[in-house]
Design a protein around this ligand. Structure first.
Ligand code: NI
Length: 187
């Protein structure tokens, strides 16, 4: 089971390395790791388990953050509506790739955080509002999905990890809350 002890922090070289493509057939080790990554996210969002295992809540995790320099991410985004148990997006992506994106950009009103960053880094993180992503699932089947707004932002944050990019690389250094006119702010 993955806990915070397995997650490496900023300053670790692996977080700055572009990760390797995963080759096929997908090894059992990679499949297990992917499932554990998704399980971690679910556990971290469960109040009791998070308390028990001292987990920081997260919606996305990249293998790079576990010091495994492979192109794999997990995302678990709960529904906006508390009444439904169906998450907005819950998936493991192998070799994810943004194949197209909107011209429009968006950012989160509260900025971004990261399980590998134990401090607040204020500032807007502009990203594409909408993206089309291709990836392989754990069965090695190619998938293609279109994402927008929050889901698109989370997936871009995680894909950045596979390229050695941290969210604060996107923050304007001189003026962290500067935004170009065409960037919308999501609350
Ligand atoms: Ni992160």
């Amino acid at each position: 089971m993955i806990t915070m002890e397995n997650i490496i922090l900023e300053g670790s070289p692996a977080l700055r390395e572009p990760a390797e493509e995963i080759t096929f057939p997908i090894s059992e080790d990679i499949k297990t790791l992917g499932q554990e990554m998704l399980e971690f996210l679910k556990n971290s969002q469960d109040a009791e388990l998070a308390e028990k295992y001292q987990l920081r809540a997260g919606v996305g995790l990249a293998a790079s953050q576990l010091n495994v320099s492979k192109r794999m991410i997990a995302v678990h985004i709960p529904s906006d509506n508390d009444d439904t148990s169906e998450p907005l997006l819950s998936t493991i992506m192998i070799n994810p790739k943004i194949v197209s994106h909107s011209v429009q950009s968006a950012c989160l009103s509260d900025g971004e955080g990261c399980l590998s960053v134990n401090r607040d880094v204020p500032g807007y993180v502009p990203r594409h509002s909408r993206i089309t992503v291709t990836y392989f699932n754990l069965n090695g089947e190619k998938q293609k999905i279109r994402l927008k707004n929050y889901s698109a932002i989370v997936v871009q944050h995680e894909i950045d990890h596979t390229n050695g990019i941290m969210f604060y690389d996107h923050i304007n250094k001189e003026d962290p809350f500067h935004l170009d006119e065409d960037v919308s702010i999501l609350s």
